[in-house]
Each structure stands twice: as structure tokens, then as C-alpha cells.
Design a protein around this ligand. Structure first.
Ligand code: GAL
Length: 690
């Protein structure tokens, strides 16, 4: 095993378990007894406890009881399980909401909401912070040295609700205005940064600034930043109630994939362990299953790169169907395994479920769980969990192995907010995410690893750096891109690069701004956002080496008109508004290149470019031969072996050419060489000596 830390110190297992809510069963102790009989049978070893349990600890203000949790913690320790103990702030007690109305959120119409639901407290309420600090301190002091305590789970899915946790109460508005004061120092600076003379919006006092005014997109982007600051500040406040009492226990909170409004790249800096909640609906009958797999792999790579020195985990996933999906189909065991191995292949070392046991009532009573209402260990889902646990035993050698990538891709939440808040670029053609997925996919198809990160990251470790729609250039990014190319790196950008600065003000003097026109050797004069999805033919310049691979490429949806000022033209528009203009260009800087792709390319064209880069830059692939489309391949390595994860996301058998290596199939135990056939939805892991 390599030097990378385990998720839990001294616990050399793939974490497997889930959200466990014994507080819903205190009236039925026999059910809890049964849980502890079933847990080892299911091969589960890690449980998140107490996520929404506040009323079971403090039914009356200031009167605490932890008896049930004492018992659960002791039984967990005896069973050798680890507990991820939650702070209960995700759901406030009704008595508290009645006595202290200020803890209830105020909606955009200025109405204070009723108690209802969950994850809807005010972020600035001093009363709520006091109450949370008291309960968290009690929990931390009580279980500080308990052998079952392995990690803290702060609250639940911070910011997850219909309003993305927005509160417009006077306390939050005052906090927003103070945040602006800190950011801008003066109203003059703020008015300039927001172009506030537009529609006579210049502010003369901080308390005039209402975040609901969407007429200035700089304001809207800053409101997103402020909301993220509030969420992060909340997390750090809760972590600070725990850390001094349990300094050795890691603290996390569960993220929600690539939720557009939460800048997880920022929040990731504050947590000790990266944890995600993931609910894809993989279905072999779904013609878009491969697209879904690409999106999940992309997200997994984003998560892996948040903390490259530590594995990440799925805090929630489902062994069956969640009740909130419009279509609920039983999840076959092979699809369950496929989903989980995909996460492990991308660097996770734990996959837990929501939920261990189905409750008998309320909103989530029909949500998939390890233990069904029948309570039976011979249910289909229970057996699927057991079967996965058996595989996890065999996969223990992967613990500590890592992934290295030669390709980097910038996915930047703030750039996304800038683009999506800019009328004229936003709308039908705004799609930040789908362009990022499209540019990632051809590398995913080849099994070429891609690191994904925000624009603040270090670019120098990569041979190839991809910028899908880096609309917003924060200070210093353009300089670092230049250094990357001058250092021999190959940079590829799509259109919508460098349109705005961090205030979402357009760069004057032409696009891409902040000096990038010179780096790319182009001026991107205009954009044509097309009325339909018709392909836009692009002719590769005769004589350009790429022409040997494809004489024609195809764009779609958005086209940029380019002028080559020092760049070599790779392809031109054949017709349309920009007929004859350059569509793809490259400017060389020694060994480095800055390549600009002015139209969104279709998948086939993206494949042509990606294969060209892979060949020219000799990017590492797990196998020399082409991998069938729809089969995902990820490679983890340690000092002596490489672990190649193979996942067939298609409804057909697929044949993978192992290209001369002799591998041991960690799941079947068989030796593999030559051609390996994967049945539909089959997944496995090959161990190959290095
Ligand atoms: C998550 C949440 C869980 C549960 C689950 C159902 O978003 O954190 O508490 O509600 O969804 O899928």
C-alpha cells in the first residue's frame, strides 16, 4: 500500500455502509437489534448517524438526553464499525422555530417561512448559532474518545433546498452589505465594478443594495459569491465547535455533485475529507446511459482533484431507486456494482448509501435502502449489497493507490456564474456544463486520465490544458496561461474565453481579453448563436497535418468569428455568416501551442482533435488499442501494480483488447490476456504488475 492516507486512520477497508437512523426506531428496540445482526451480513462497516436527530436529543430547551446514541455508539464499536457522527443542524426542532422566529428563513418576497421541511434555517441568526454550538459541543464532549467515532458530518447538504438556502432576513441582508464593504472598500469601487451608472443604479449607501435586483449581473455574481461565503462560514463555524474537542477526528460535510450554485472548489478547502451524494439513474434501456456515465466520471474527477493527497468518498448513493426520481426502476446488482466501481476507479475509497433501512413513514419511506420494509436478508437489494461487499474485500489492495493525469481541464464555478448571468451569451446557448462534458468525453473514451480544477489551480504539471468556456478571467489567470504555453504546454480553448473580468465587466480592446489575443494570435470579433442544432461545416486547411485525419470537421450551436493575427489557421467556416473566416487556429510558442476552437465541435470532431493530441503528446493510455465506445477505463497505480477499472456502460457485450499484458482479474480471480469480453453493465478491476 502506498503512503496516501486512509479515509479513517488504521481502518484499511473500503468504507461501505450508509445513513443509519435508529432514532426513528426507538419505540421498536427489536428492529435495532436486528440491524446489528444484519450489518455484518451485509458487509457494511461505516454508518452516518444522527443527521436529523435533534429532537431526540433535546426535546425541551436545555434538557438533553443521549442514551440512545450511547447505546448505538457502543454497539457500533463492539461490531468493529465506524461512525460518521452528524451534527443535527440540518433540521431544527419545531419548539425552537416557534420560540425563536429569527431562526426561520425569510424568502425573496420578504415573508418569514414556517418551520416545515429541513435545511432552511437562517445563516446569520445568532440564536441558531448558539443553539447549534451547544448541541455540537455536547456531542463532541460526550463521544470525544469513543472508539466508534471516526469522522464528523457537519449538518447535511449545506445549501440544498429549493431556494439554495437563500435567506433575505434583515440579518442576512446586513451581513451581505458588510461582505460588500469588505470586498470593495468603498461605494465608488463597487459602483464602478458593477457598472452601476446603468439605469441610474449608483448606490450612495450600503443598505440600498438589494440582492434581488437582477439588472446588474455583477451584483448577481457577487450575490452567488456571498451566498457561498455564508455557506462556508457556516461550515467553518460548526467545524470550530468540534475541532478543539476532537482534534484528531476528520470533519466533512456532504456535497451535491456539480450543483451549479455552490462553488465546491472553495468549500473543499475547508473540509478534511471530500464526500459526495450521488444518485445517477443508470439504466441499460436508456439510450443516454453513456452520456450519464461521462457526466458522473467528470464529476468524480472534479472531486478527486479537490484533495489529490486523500481519497474521497460517496457519503450517499442508493443500492436501489430513490423515491424522488420520476422513474423508479429496481437497480440490478450489476448496475449497482458498475456505479460503485466507477467511483472507486476515480479515486474514491468509500461508497455509502442513503439509507440503511427504510422508515415506515414520511417522505422517504419508499426510498431505496439496504434493508427493505420486509426486513429480509434474502431480498434482492440486500443480496446485491452483500455481493458488492464481497468484491470490496477482494479490492482492498487498491487502498492508497493514486491517479496521475497529463491532461488538465478548467471547470470554474465563478466563470460559469459570469456566463450564465450575462444576457446575450446566456439563454439557449449558455450551457457551461455540456461544453465541459463534451471536451472531456473523447479523453474519457480513450481511458486518458483528466484532472479537473478551477482556474486558480497550478497548470504546470500538465502536457495539455483544456479551457471550456473560461468566460471569466480572474486576476493572474491570463499570465499563468501564458507561462504554461511558454513552458511548452499545449493549451486548447473553446469560444467564450476571456470575455469578462472577475466583476463580469467585458474586457475592452477585443476578445479573448487580458492579453490572451496575443497568446492565441487571434481576435475573436463576434459570436453567432445559431437558431438550431444543424452542423456547421468546417474545412481543415489543405496542407495542415490534421487534414490527413479529417478533411472536414463540424461545429454547432455557437460560432465565433476569428481573425488570425499571428496564428496559423487550422480550419475555416465553409458557409454561414462567417463563411471563409478561421474557425480553429493555433499559435506556436516554441514547443508550446495555444489552440482556439471557435465553434462548439460535434463529438466526432472532438474525437479527431483528442486523438491527435493523444498521439502527438504521447498521453498515457491503459491499453494501446482503441477502447470500445461506452466502456470506461480508469487506472490507479501504486508502487508495484496498476489497477485498471473497466466498466461497460452499454447494453451490449464489449471486447477490450488488453494489448499483450497479463492481468489478474481481482474480482473473478482469473488470469486475463488478449481480448476481454465484458457483458452488458459488467465491471471489473484488473491488477497488472508495473
Ligand atoms: C439527499 C439527502 C438525504 C436524503 C437523500 C434521498 O439529498 O442528503 O437526507 O434525503 O437525498 O435521496
Amino acid at each position: 500500500m502506498s503512503a496516501r492516507s486512509l479515509l479513517f486512520p488504521h481502518f484499511a477497508k473500503i468504507l461501505h455502509g450508509g445513513d443509519y437512523n435508529p432514532d426513528q426506531w426507538l419505540h421498536a428496540p427489536e428492529v435495532i437489534d436486528e440491524d446489528f445482526r444484519l450489518m455484518p451480513l451485509a458487509g457494511c462497516n461505516t454508518f452516518s448517524v444522527g443527521i436529523f436527530s435533534w429532537t431526540s436529543y433535546e426535546r425541551q430547551e436545555g434538557v438533553f438526553t443521549f442514551d440512545w446514541l450511547d447505546d448505538i455508539m457502543d454497539r457500533m464499536a463492539k461490531a468493529g464499525n465506524r461512525v460518521v457522527l452528524a451534527t443535527p443542524s440540518g433540521a431544527k426542532p419545531a419548539w425552537m422555530a416557534k420560540k425563536y422566529p429569527e431562526i426561520r428563513r425569510v424568502n425573496a418576497s420578504g415573508v418569514r417561512e414556517p418551520q416545515w421541511h429541513r435545511q432552511n434555517h437562517c445563516w446569520a441568526s445568532r440564536v441558531y448559532r448558539e443553539k447549534v454550538a451547544i448541541i455540537n459541543t455536547r456531542l463532541a464532549e460526550r463521544y470525544a474518545s469513543h472508539p466508534a467515532l471516526a469522522m464528523w458530518h457537519v449538518s447535511n447538504e449545506l445549501g440544498n433546498d429549493d431556494l439554495f438556502g437563500q435567506c433575505y432576513c434583515p440579518l442576512c441582508l446586513a451581513e451581505w452589505q458588510r461582505w460588500l464593504e469588505r470586498r470593495y472598500g468603498s461605494l465608488e469601487n463597487l459602483n464602478r465594478a458593477w457598472w452601476a451608472s446603468f439605469w441610474s443604479h449608483e448606490f450612495t449607501a450600503w443598505d440600498e443594495i438589494d440582492p434581488r435586483d437582477w439588472s446588474m449581473d455583477g451584483l448577481s455574481v457577487d450575490w452567488m459569491r456571498f451566498r457561498n461565503w455564508q455557506i462556508k462560514d457556516w461550515y467553518e463555524f460548526e467545524a470550530a465547535t468540534l475541532r478543539p474537542i476532537t482534534p484528531a477526528i476528520p470533519i466533512t460535510t456532504n456535497f451535491m455533485g456539480l450543483l451549479p450554485y455552490i462553488n465546491y472548489a472553495e468549500l473543499a478547502r475547508s473540509v478534511d475529507v471530500i464526500a459526495d451524494d450521488q444518485y445517477p439513474a443508470y439504466d441499460l434501456d436508456d439510450p443516454e446511459m453513456v452520456d450519464s456515465a461521462v457526466k458522473i466520471s467528470f464529476k468524480d474527477d472534479v472531486y478527486r482533484c479537490f484533495k489529490p493527497d486523500r481519497p474521497w468518498m460517496l457519503m450517499e448513493s442508493c443500492p436501489d431507486a430513490p423515491q424522488w426520481k420520476p422513474i423508479m426502476r429496481p437497480k440490478p446488482a450489476e448496475v449497482h456494482q458498475l456505479e460503485m466501481l466507477q467511483a472507486l476507479g476515480h479515486g474514491a475509497e468509500g461508497t455509502c448509501y442513503f439509507q440503511w433501512r427504510k422508515g415506515l413513514g414520511s417522505r422517504e419511506k419508499l426510498h431505496g435502502a439496504v434493508v427493505d420494509h420486509s426486513g429480509r436478508e434474502d431480498s434482492r437489494v440486500f443480496r446485491s449489497v452483500v455481493s458488492l461487499a464481497e468484491k470490496y474485500e477482494k479490492l482492498t489492495p487498491i487502498l492508497g493507490s493514486t491517479i496521475t493525469a497529463e491532461v488538465g481541464l478548467v471547470y470554474d464555478w465563478e466563470a460559469r456564474w459570469g456566463l450564465e448571468n450575462s444576457e446575450g451569451a446566456a439563454g439557449r446557448n449558455w450551457d457551461y456544463e455540456s461544453v465541459a462534458y463534451a471536451n472531456y468525453r473523447p479523453f474519457w473514451e480513450q481511458g486518458v486520465a483528466v484532472d479537473i480544477f478551477a482556474s486558480e489551480a497550478e497548470f504546470s504539471p500538465y502536457k495539455l490544458l483544456i479551457l471550456p468556456q473560461l468566460w471569466m478571467l480572474k486576476p493572474g489567470v491570463a499570465t499563468r496561461l501564458r507561462a504554461f504555453v511558454e513552458g511548452g504546454g499545449v493549451l486548447v480553448s473553446t469560444g467564450y474565453l476571456g470575455i469578462c473580468n472577475e466583476s463580469n465587466l467585458c474586457f475592452p480592446g477585443g476578445w479573448p481579453g487580458d492579453g490572451l489575443m496575443d497568446l492565441f494570435g487571434i481576435w475573436n470579433e463576434e459570436y453567432d448563436t445559431l437558431p438550431d442544432k444543424r452542423p456547421v461545416p468546417l474545412a481543415v486547411e489543405a496542407g495542415h497535418p490534421l487534414a490527413k485525419q479529417a478533411a472536414m470537421l463540424a461545429g454547432k450551436e455557437v460560432c465565433a468569428s476569428l481573425h488570425a493575427n499571428g496564428a496559423e489557421v487550422v480550419a475555416r467556416y465553409v458557409d454561414g455568416r462567417f463563411q471563409g473566416a478561421p474557425a480553429i487556429t493555433v499559435k506556436r510558442h516554441g514547443r508550446g501551442e495555444a489552440c482556439y476552437v471557435g465553434s462548439r465541435l460535434d463529438l466526432e470532431s472532438l474525437r479527431v482533435l483528442a486523438r491527435d493530441f493523444t498521439r502527438r503528446l504521447e498521453l498515457t493510455k491503459p491499453f494501446p488499442a482503441e477502447i470500445p465506445v461506452g466502456v470506461a477505463v480508469q487506472q490507479r497505480i501504486d508502487d508495484t501494480q496498476r489497477f485498471v477499472f473497466l466498466e461497460n456502460f452499454t447494453p451490449h457485450p464489449q471486447v477490450v483488447d488488453l494489448g499483450g499484458v497479463t492481468a489478474s482479474d481481482m474480482i473473478s480471480g482469473e488470469t486475463r490476456m488478449g481480448l476481454l469480453t465484458l457483458s452488458p453493465a459488467q465491471s471489473t478491476v484488473l491488477a497488472i504488475p508495473r
